[in-house]
Design a protein around this ligand. Structure first.
Ligand code: ADP
Ligand code: MG
Length: 247
């Protein structure tokens, strides 16, 4: 195994509010790390720090052996290696699905149109949406739009994918179709950091669980152990509010 991402002694605050307090993490290539924790504990902020979108006060984030520094020029190069999918899909409303997934690769990666379209169609097919290539976002359901957003991220050939509660805004019947796409990515051995409140999904997909609370990593370990017999009282309390198979 080889390390792809390392976070060392990361501290992040917004003015007086300390949000992340000495976070350490090493992620191996192909590893799926699921991050859970109460609302407001800093999960989104953590992903944003990894993606170079937030200035940090102490510590550092390394992708391979390159330091991600949001204040420094060239961060965009790092950011290209990291794909992020959010709760809101942010597709361009006046562009078709095919255009939404092929514009950035042409602009940023200088890919040829034919070439980008060929790959986009393959990926859209993989998520069951090839037939919707000429549709506009408004013609798609939330679950379909989120699958397009995942394809759009994949088109940039990221080394790591970050998912921030990508099913939280979806109607229940659409959650499964999006989670299945992410499970498929795990089978392809993609490196992923996933923030989710879907505990059954987390248990099924995670190689490793990170439980954040109060700005710190409270548990970091095996999903089976975490979900079936959490070590800390805080994790027990957090997990008691969710329904999932505990055996
Ligand atoms: P989570 O994703 O775990 O719900 P967040 O990372 O969104 O938590 O937020 C962590 C804390 O940081 C919260 O208290 C939130 O209010 C605060 N916070 C997040 N973003 C900002 C910001 N841009 N300015 C000030 N406070 C923020
Ligand atoms: Mg969040």
């Amino acid at each position: 195994m080889s390390e792809i991402l390392r976070v060392e002694h990361l501290k992040k605050s917004f003015d007086e509010l300390m949000v992340l307090d000495d976070i350490n993490l090493s992620v191996q290539r192909g590893e799926v790390v699921v991050i859970v924790g109460p609302s407001g504990c800093g999960k989104s902020t953590f992903l944003r720090c990894i993606n170079g979108l937030e200035e940090i006060q102490e510590g550092r984030v390394l992708l391979g052996d390159e330091v991600i520094n949001p204040a420094q020029k060239g961060t965009n190069k790092h950011r290209e290696k990291i794909g992020m999918v959010f709760q809101s899909y942010d597709l361009f409303p006046h562009k078709t699905i095919l255009e939404n997934t092929t514009l950035a690769p042409q602009k940023v990666l200088k890919r040829k149109k034919d070439d980008a379209e060929k790959e986009a169609l393959e990926l859209l097919d993989r998520v069951g949406l090839a037939s919707r290539k000429d549709s506009y976002p408004r013609m798609l359901s939330g679950g379909q739009k989120q699958r397009v957003a995942i394809v759009r991220a994949l088109m940039m050939h990221p080394e790591i994918l970050l998912f921030d509660e990508v099913t939280a805004a979806l109607d229940p019947e659409m959650v499964r179709e999006v989670l299945d796409v992410i499970l498929d990515l795990a089978k392809q051995k993609r490196t992923m950091l996933i923030v989710t409140h879907e505990m059954a999904f987390a248990k099924a997909i995670a190689d490793r669980i990170l439980f954040l609370d109060g700005g710190q990593v409270i548990e970091d370990g095996d999903p089976k152990q975490f979900f079936e017999s959490p070590r800390t009282e805080r994790a027990k309390k957090f997990l008691s509010t969710f329904e999932y198979d505990r055996s």
